[in-house]
Each structure stands twice: as structure tokens, then as C-alpha cells.
Design a binder for this molecule. Structure first.
Ligand code: NAG
Ligand code: NAG
Ligand code: NAG
Length: 277
């Protein structure tokens, strides 16, 4: 039996060597936030990816202010087993709010860099190609808490990017992430992390959905089994800056879809808590 206290201890220990429990906690976060399977069909990372914006480490799923994530984070990776060698591709996409149907439009690409390497656990770009240089989140005001997902893929020597995504300085735009991964021959997801950014107040005012988006294992751990679905309202997420750099998606899912997702998410939260007991 794994106690929930251990889970929170594990979450605090991301900066050190990853354990199986660290990995399972990230997997649980991604399922709970419905990033898996909506954006990422299957997710079995072998490492933990940590993001530090301006020197501050970011817990998985944390609600952050737009200004705090405007500059490229330092990315560190801690593997369960072997060392991380070779080339990797790092991507950050806007998975929008819970319930978004990406369809053929795909997701907004905020960062796409090929041939990064890992030196002493830190992602480095000395011989990398920044297809899309890091562009900080800029969700439309009132469009709810967007989930920004940072993913590190293994990049085998056979990697061959599509023509429209092979040159540097390709701006933020929608693309089909999974089609890109498949067509270019990228390998498995090594590690991933996410945070949320909300600008203004969600005009559809769906508090339960917001809670699911931002809830993490941490409130579940401290508040018992009932804390998961209701805890973790996006603290300080009501930013006042309404300016959008044009990097945002304005897609908004219908209320009916959100409602169904809330129900599904509630079951998932329950499942996560049970699975960890
Ligand atoms: C890590 O090593 C253990 C023991 O050798 C093995 O059972 C497990 O599958 C490995 N995990 C990964 C992600 O490679
Ligand atoms: C490499 O990363 C630094 C920040 O660590 C950034 O300023 C620079 O633009 C990046 N270069 C490329 C090619 O991505
Ligand atoms: C890694 O990327 C660099 C730069 O693109 C390339 O020269 C090198 O061959 C790659 N190594 C492997 C093992 O793919």
C-alpha cells in the first residue's frame, strides 16, 4: 500500500532522482487533467521533466501567471533508469481548456526544438534547431485555464521533419502534434509536464471544470479522497492583462461537452485516488 503522504513527498522530490512513484504521480496528473488521452493517447514516461521559470521550480499542473512564464524555462530531466543520451525534441503546445476537441486543427505550437541534448540532467540547445522558439502563453481573456504541455520526445537518427517544420523561425501556429510525431519518426515520450495559464475570468463560469483542470494530487493528498475534485481552484489565475500576443487559441468547447467532461473527470479523480491507495 502506497500512502498519499508518500505521493506528496514524491512530488516534492522531483529535482532529485526519479522514482517509479514520481512517474506514476505525473501519469496521474496527466490523466486527471484529461491531457491523456485527449492530447497524448498513451503516456508511459521513463523520466520526470521539471520546469523552472526564472529559477522557480513549477509543480505539475500549477496555475501560473502569464508574465511568470513569458521566458523560456530551464528544463531538467531525471530518469528512472539509464542515463539520457542522444538527441531529443522538445515541444510545448496549448492544449486549451478541458474538453477541447482538437480535431484536424490541432494545437497551438509554442515551442518546437529538434536535436536538444541533455547535459547533467539539463536540456541544452547548443546544437539544437529551434523550429519555433519558445513563445510564452497568451490565452485569450476569458477563455478559461489553458493547459500548456511540455513534452520531451526521443529523437532517433532516422528523424526526418516535414518540409513545413524543418526550418528555424517558424512562428506559433496550429499543428497536429501526433501527426507530426508519427510522420517525422520521433520516438517515445521520454518525459512531460504541464502548467495552466488563465487570463481574465472564464466567461462561461464553470467552476467545477476549472477545479478539475487545476486540481492535482497535492490537494487530494492533504484533503482526503474528497479533496481531489473540489480542491485546487486556480490561485491567482484572474490576471488583469487582457492583451493577447496573438499566440492564443480562442476555441471554446460547448457547455454540454464540458459537463460530460466534468463527470468523466470526477470518475478519473476517484480512480486516481483509489489506484494510489
Ligand atoms: C527500470 O529498471 C527496472 C529494473 O531493471 C525495470 O524493471 C524497469 O522496466 C525499468 N524501467 C524503465 C522505464 O526502463
Ligand atoms: C537556447 O536557450 C537559451 C535560453 O537558455 C535561449 O536564449 C536561446 O534562444 C536558445 N537558442 C536556441 C537556438 O534555441
Ligand atoms: C544529433 O543532432 C545533431 C544536430 O542535428 C546531428 O548532427 C547528429 O547527427 C544527431 N545525432 C544523432 C545520434 O542522431
Amino acid at each position: 500500500m502506497i500512502s498519499l503522504t508518500l505521493v506528496s513527498l514524491a512530488l516534492a522530490a522531483f529535482a532529485n532522482a526519479a522514482t517509479q512513484l514520481d512517474i506514476e504521480a505525473v501519469e496521474a496528473h496527466f490523466s486527471q487533467a484529461l491531457i491523456v488521452p485527449a492530447l497524448i493517447p498513451t503516456f508511459t514516461p521513463g523520466a520526470v521533466l521539471s520546469l523552472a521559470f526564472s529559477g522557480t521550480d513549477t509543480p505539475t499542473g500549477k496555475a501560473l501567471q502569464k508574465d511568470a512564464v513569458a521566458s523560456q524555462p530551464v528544463v531538467t530531466v531525471s530518469a528512472l533508469n539509464a542515463s539520457l543520451t542522444g538527441n531529443f525534441t522538445i515541444a510545448m503546445v496549448d492544449a486549451d481548456v478541458v474538453g477541447t476537441d482538437y480535431g484536424s486543427d490541432g494545437v497551438n505550437r509554442h515551442w518546437l526544438e529538434n536535436s536538444v541534448t541533455i547535459a547533467s540532467g539539463t536540456v541544452t540547445n547548443t546544437s539544437a534547431t529551434a523550429i519555433t522558439a519558445y513563445a510564452g502563453p497568451g490565452p485569450a481573456s476569458g477563455s478559461g485555464p489553458h493547459r500548456y504541455v511540455v513534452i520531451l520526445y526521443a529523437q532517433p537518427s532516422t528523424f526526418s521533419p516535414p518540409a513545413d517544420l524543418s526550418a528555424p523561425v517558424t512562428g506559433v501556429n496550429k499543428f497536429d502534434l501526433n501527426a507530426y510525431v508519427k510522420d517525422s519518426g520521433l520516438g517515445d515520450i521520454v518525459a512531460a509536464n504541464y502548467f495552466t495559464v488563465e487570463v481574465g475570468t472564464d466567461s462561461t463560469s464553470l467552476p467545477a471544470t476549472s477545479a478539475v483542470v487545476s486540481s492535482t494530487l497535492a490537494p487530494a493528498a492533504s484533503g482526503g479522497a474528497s479533496g481531489g475534485a473540489s480542491g485546487g481552484a486556480p490561485a491567482g489565475a484572474s490576471g488583469t492583462s487582457a492583451s493577447s500576443p496573438g499566440a492564443s487559441s480562442t476555441d471554446k468547447p460547448g457547455a454540454a461537452m464540458k459537463s460530460g467532461v466534468q463527470t468523466a473527470a470526477a470518475f478519473l479523480v476517484a480512480g486516481v485516488v483509489i489506484a494510489l491507495l
